[in-house]
Design a protein around this ligand. Structure first.
Ligand code: UDP
Length: 250
């Protein structure tokens, strides 16, 4: 792929050239409101992603839906679990469309692919087509999770990352990495910069759910958890700067 922004060869210095960014639904909301899609927040995420895209990084995105609807929570309130999970998957499509719009306003060419067919809105997920879009320097947004109830968008992120040969999953959050305990509740909590998959599973650390972690472990796909809200961070990660927490094999 040609070096879009830096003919001088900045792309050569990138440690990660093929990445999948997982954004939780939370990333889309105004934290004071605690629900829904905040357009300013989505625009600032899009700016950061567009910058990385222009540097020549092959970028794919998986978006969550927890800012709008979570199947497990809704099922506890009486909605049938499978129906609730489908509603959750639909929520991810709303986020993907919002982010697509914001990216296109940054001049980035994009395609949304959904794991549940809804062709009037977006393309169905077809792996080879996704790869072709990337060859054409389009950012692909994968929506509707895996298309299956009882799964999460973290698992969708691991699956898609493997399918498109991403080198790493970048999990953008609002905290600067994984902590030994919840820093808001426990003042003794410390940030951990490196973790093995097994540690995450054994200690039940909040990186991604167990299915997603197992999939990454079986296929040796590293995960970097970092604070997406701080400007310049995503750039630092792809240049190999050790910020956040990396989860990988021992
Ligand atoms: N979901 C699902 N299957 C999937 C992905 C998502 O059923 O493969 C549903 C599930 O109900 C989940 C909701 O979609 O609660 C939103 O996804 P997720 O909780 O992963 O979003 P995030 O936490 O990343 O915002």
């Amino acid at each position: 792929m040609p070096d879009r922004a830096s003919p001088g060869g900045e792309r050569e210095k990138l440690v990660y050239k093929r990445v999948l960014v997982k954004l939780s639904g939370e990333a889309f909301m105004d934290s004071e409101v605690g629900y829904g899609i905040d357009t300013d927040t989505v625009f600032s995420i899009a700016e950061r992603l567009a910058e990385v895209h222009r540097m020549g990084v092959r970028l794919a995105l998986v978006v969550g839906g927890g800012n709008i609807f979570r199947g497990d929570a809704a099922s506890k309130n009486g909605i049938d679990r499978v129906t609730a999970d489908f509603m959750g998957m639909l929520a991810t499509v709303m986020n993907a469309l919002a982010l697509q719009d914001a990216l296109e306003k940054q001049g980035v060419d994009t395609r949304v692919q959904t794991a549940i067919n809804m062709q009037s809105i977006a393309e169905p997920y077809i792996r080879r087509r996704a790869l072709r879009h990337q060859d054409k320097e389009r950012v692909v947004l994968f929506a509707a999770g895996t298309g299956n109830p009882y799964f999460t968008t973290d698992t969708a992120a691991s699956l898609r990352a493997m399918e498109i040969n991403a080198q790493v999953i970048l999990k953008g959050t609002k905290v600067d990495g994984v902590y030994s305990a919840d820093p808001k509740k426990d003042p003794a909590a410390v940030k951990i910069s490196k973790l093995s998959y097994i540690d995450v599973l054994k200690k039940g650390l909040q990186v991604m759910d167990a299915t997603a972690i197992s999939l990454c472990m079986d296929n040796n796909l590293p995960i970097i958890v970092f604070d997406l809200t701080t400007e310049g961070n995503i750039k630092k990660v792809i240049f190999g700067e050790e910020i956040g927490t990396i989860v990988q094999g021992e």
